[in-house]
Design a protein around this ligand. Structure first.
Ligand code: BES
Ligand code: MN
Ligand code: ZN
Length: 470
């Protein structure tokens, strides 16, 4: 998609462009008006002057979807006048133009890798002309927005890949491909290397599958300070293991590497945007299967940290592979560590479909991450990690248990997952946050985005990296 800007208003849009006109009529209304050879598509936005940032994001996507639904390839709209709405005025225009470009790209995306191309090609918008304002800084903002949108889409594409086509070995290769041509160093640890250093938690989960586990390290040295370390859960398929999931729960579990996909494409994007920070991505990857060599409920694993873990449920596997990744992070002397994982179904019960769960013991970091969520559109909501919850993960025969077996064990599953990770993160000498992105693994109705992976939280992490001072 090409996005251009011009100073002239909408009436100066060249022939062949469908002009998008925002009207105060009820939200979502879409009407075509034709006058001679000028075509206008009216889109109702409710009270235009009351439009807020969140609604603006969805509106930008709705514009692209309206054009797509009517097979219009060239559209023109006046973003500058939209930006005069009361709640949008405080933001610099550049910020809104970037936001719009991100969301145009996101709405234009569909996962077509496994579909036969129709004779007339895929429906997509080719040209967007933004009228009413033009400057070098606005053009730059649009370019940046498009770059971000493309990274989100690349993340969605990767996360959408079926389990059979995206094994741990292939995920490591995808990480390498994502940063090809960029100044990012890639290192991939295989089973042997992991055995040598003692990643017993990750290796335990990997045992049930014939697919070999991988641990990928991406290192972007864009700056000199202590690095930001991001760790992404890369379970390429989560059957649950011997605690096999029921049919309803196993659906979509090829997307259990969404955290990994987000980390991979965030590091790639940081390099592409030439952010002046050092960013390291860690991708522990396994397939969780109930093979004849699978780890069992009751097994005790020795993690890389030296702490032992009692496996009470083989379906709580994400926290096990992340435990070893968090310990591995220590060697980089990070200034901050954030892990990203589709960790618990309970996060969906707690928050529904519109926010990821944020868990951290560091209030300042919570504020930073929440602000990045709000600004970027990858919304998060914090849950507590108080000492009171720590008993949930006390082991009976090992140091730590991977799920709670005490009273109240059925409750607070997302906090339980966070508390488990905290047992390893507490050994880091820096702030740490955990993002449970299970609620944002797939797009939700009303998002105005194609079905499948949502690409969270690439936008949040990118915003976070930009403002973090190490
Ligand atoms: N990958 C799942 C969590 C999940 C569920 C993500 C639905 C996205 C949508 C995770 O590995 C898992 O199985 N969690 C268990 C934890 C339980 C065994 C304590 C869960 O949520 O049921
Ligand atoms: Mn699981
Ligand atoms: Zn899982």
């Amino acid at each position: 998609m090409n996005i251009a800007i011009q100073k002239g208003d909408l009436t100066k849009a060249p022939k062949g462009y469908t002009r998008i006109q925002f009207t105060d009529t009820s939200k979502g209304t879409r009407t075509f008006v034709r006058e001679k050879d000028i075509e206008t598509l009216e889109i109702g936005v409710g009270k235009q002057d009351e439009l807020n940032r969140r609604q603006c994001i969805v509106l930008c996507r709705a514009v692209v979807n309206a054009a797509k639904a009517n097979k219009r390839k060239k559209i023109a709209l006046d973003l500058a006048s939209l930006a005069t709405a009361k709640k949008l005025k405080p933001y610099p225009r550049e910020e809104l133009f970037q936001l719009a470009a991100e969301n145009f790209e996101m709405a234009n995306f569909e996962f077509t890798v496994f579909k036969t191309r129709p004779k007339e090609g895929w429906t997509a918008v080719d040209e967007i002309l933004l009228c009413g304002a033009s400057s070098a800084s606005l053009a730059k903002a649009v370019m940046k927005g498009q770059e971000i949108g493309r990274a989100v889409n690349a993340c969605r594409s990767l996360a959408n890949m079926p389990g059979g086509d995206m094994t741990p070995t292939l995920l490591a290769r995808a990480a390498k491909d994502a940063v090809r041509g960029l100044p990012v160093k890639v290192m991939i640890l295989g089973k042997k290397e992991m055995q040598k250093i003692g990643m017993g938690a990750l290796l335990g989960v990997a045992k049930g599958s014939t697919e070999a586990p991988t641990f990928t390290i991406l290192d972007y040295k864009g700056g000199k300070g202590d690095p930001i370390v991001l760790a992404g859960k890369g379970v390429t398929f989560d059957s649950g293991g011997l605690n096999l999931k029921p049919s309803s729960g196993i659906y979509e579990m090829h997307m259990d590497m969404s955290g990994a996909a987000a980390v991979i494409h965030t590091v790639a994007l940081a390099a592409r945007l030439k952010l002046k920070k050092r960013v390291i991505g860690l991708i522990p990857s396994v397939e969780n299967m109930p093979g004849n060599n699978a780890y069992r409920p009751g097994d005790i694993l020795k993690s890389l940290s030296g702490k032992t873990i009692e496996v009470l449920n083989t379906d709580a596997e994400g926290r096990l592979i992340l435990a070893d990744a968090l310990t591995y992070a220590k060697r980089f002397k990070p200034s901050v560590v954030i892990d990203v994982a589709t960790l618990t179904g309970a996060a969906l019960s707690a928050l529904g479909l519109h926010a990821s769960a944020l868990l951290t013991r560091d209030d300042a970091l919570a504020t930073r991450v929440s602000e990045s969520g709000e600004a970027s559109g990858d919304y998060v909501w914090r849950l507590p990690l108080w000492d009171e919850y720590e008993d949930m993960v006390k082991g009976t025969f090992a140091d730590i248990a991977n799920i709670s077996n005490g009273p109240g064990g059925r409750y607070g599953g997302t906090i339980e997952g966070g508390m488990f990770l905290w047992q390893f993160a507490k050994e880091l000498d820096c702030p740490w946050a955990h993002l449970d992105i299970a609620p944002r693994m797939t797009t939700a109705p009303g998002d105005e985005l194609a079905k499948g992976a949502a690409g969270a939280p690439v936008r949040l992490l990118t915003h976070f990296i930009e403002q973090w001072k190490s």
